[in-house]
Design a protein around this ligand. Structure first.
Ligand SMILES: Nc1ncnc2c1ncn2[C@@H]1O[C@H](COP(=O)(O)OP(=O)(O)OP(=O)(O)O)[C@@H](O)[C@H]1O
Ligand SMILES: [Mg+2]
Length: 412
């Protein structure tokens, strides 16, 4: 047990900023010791538009988590978000030279580099390289090629790219909040880290993180990421539809959505459909009445439409997902989302909750899908710090072992 390890996840979203502070507990469990959440200002679709507001919101969320934990935060792990993220499967090949053609770490690095040698549009960068498998002389499915023998080493890598500016502005805002960045991780990958089991990743599973204005999809199979996509919509679309349809303000629409919203009419009994709710139209003093059924008629078609876009991408990816779909993010929490998604995806669907084999401490306090990203960022940091501690010695064999483990983590 290493109590000295402190891992901090900071999920910078368009509507909320969340901070999770964890400490390493026993058997790889992360004890959550601090949580902080604040309304987010200064972002649009995951991208910074007003840096000062983001700095303030980050400070507030981190301050709160510090107060709860009694710890001081200096280094954070941050999510990578934004509607322009793109993922593509690439492959590279290198010849293995040297005595006995034993594959070295250098050969593997070259094979990965060769797969990632992609022509990027001006102002774009690679934000992550997620290894899928290696192929040695035609033998596929290899995860750890170092030390094996062969003449030809092929790598298959899921390469994620995005415009550089979005990431740079987040980095700047965090630095201005007085914090350092340890690592940055895609939203959906962080959500998968806290909610998926190894079996989900192995057999095939899609994580759909529905935020406020951005939804990200990541499809796993054979233990690795096979597909990534980002969609420029989220829970805010339901709010806007309610605001327009009922002529109420955005805050009023948000309140109505939380209290009465349901995107699956078949979950409501006839009596419930006819239950009356009171709303306050913009610019009027008197209230108006409508039934829950009318509200459902506004949001249900939108939910089907948005989920359909994602389901088409999942189907076109060609990846089978027998472990189904896991929904995370606040947008997944509207009533009926799981049931309607199950129909649209035609696959078993569930909400993503923190895996309590990996989380302890305050985990029960944040056992809702909108905390999956922040908790996943912290968990990933804790695991990587434990690896460093275990293999931190200077000997080359220890270094290779550490590299292997961190590499394997990318397959998780
Ligand atoms: N109980 C609930 N019922 C309905 N909607 C909810 C509920 N809880 C949260 N939401 C919606 O979830 C959305 C916010 O989700 P989340 O906090 O994951 O977004 P974010 O991370 O701030 O944004 P993004 O990831 O798009 O940048 C909002 O649209 C909010 O209305
Ligand atoms: Mg989010």
């Amino acid at each position: 047990m290493s109590r000295s390890i402190q891992a901090v996840g900071l999920d910078i979203g368009t509507s909320k900023i969340r901070c999770v502070i964890g400490e390493a507990g026993e058997n790889g469990v992360m004890e959550i010791v601090g949580i902080g959440q604040t309304d987010s200002r200064g972002l649009r679709r995951g991208i910074v538009i007003t840096s000062d507001s983001v700095v303030e919101s980050v400070k507030k969320a981190v301050d709160e988590a510090e107060r709860v934990s009694g710890l001081e935060v200096q280094v954070v792990n941050v999510n990578i978000s934004g509607e322009h993220l793109q993922g593509e499967n690439k492959s590279g090949v290198v010849a293995v030279a040297g005595a006995g053609r034993e594959i070295t770490r250098d050969d593997v690095d070259r094979a990965i580099e060769s797969a990632c040698a992609v022509q990027l549009p001006a102002g774009w960068r690679i934000v992550d390289r997620l290894p899928q498998e290696f192929i040695i002389d035609g033998q596929d499915g290899i995860i750890e090629p170092v030390g094996m023998h062969g003449a030809r080493l092929e790598s298959r890598i899921h390469v994620v790219t995005s415009p550089s500016a979005g990431g740079q502005n987040i980095v700047k805002a965090i630095h201005r909040a007085g914090l350092e960045i340890e690592n940055m991780m895609l939203d959906a990958l962080a959500a998968a880290t806290s909610t998926l089991s190894d079996n989900d990743r192995e057999y095939g599973c899609a994580v759909v993180n529905i935020g406020s204005e951005v939804t990200s999809l990541m499809i796993f199979s054979r233990g690795a990421v096979q597909h990534t996509a980002v969609f420029p919509f989220g829970g805010m679309h339901f709010t806007k539809d309610i605001a327009v349809g009922l002529r109420v303000s955005i805050p009023e629409a948000e309140k109505i959505k939380h209290l009465y919203g349901c995107v699956a009419g078949f979950l409501m009994s006839a009596d419930e459909k006819h239950e009356v709710i009171e709303i306050k139209p913009v610019g009027r003093n008197e209230t108006r009445q409508l039934t829950k059924e009318i509200l459902c008629d506004i949001v249900q078609p939108r939910a089907v439409e948005l989920l359909h876009h994602i389901a088409v991408v999942v189907a076109n990816s060609g990846v089978q997902i027998p472990s189904g779909v896991v929904l995370t993010g606040g947008g997944s929490m509207i009533r009926g989302m799981v049931e309607i998604a199950e129909q649209v995806f035609d696959a078993p669907t569930r909400l993503g909750f923190l895996d309590l084999e990996s989380f302890g401490g305050l985990a029960e306090e944040i056992q809702t899908p909108d905390w999956a990203v922040a908790a996943g960022l912290a968990l990933s940091s804790m695991r990587s710090q434990i690896r460093e501690q275990n293999y931190g010695g200077k000997s080359p064999s220890k270094k290779v072992a550490e590299w292997f483990e961190s590499f394997r983590e990318k397959f998780r």
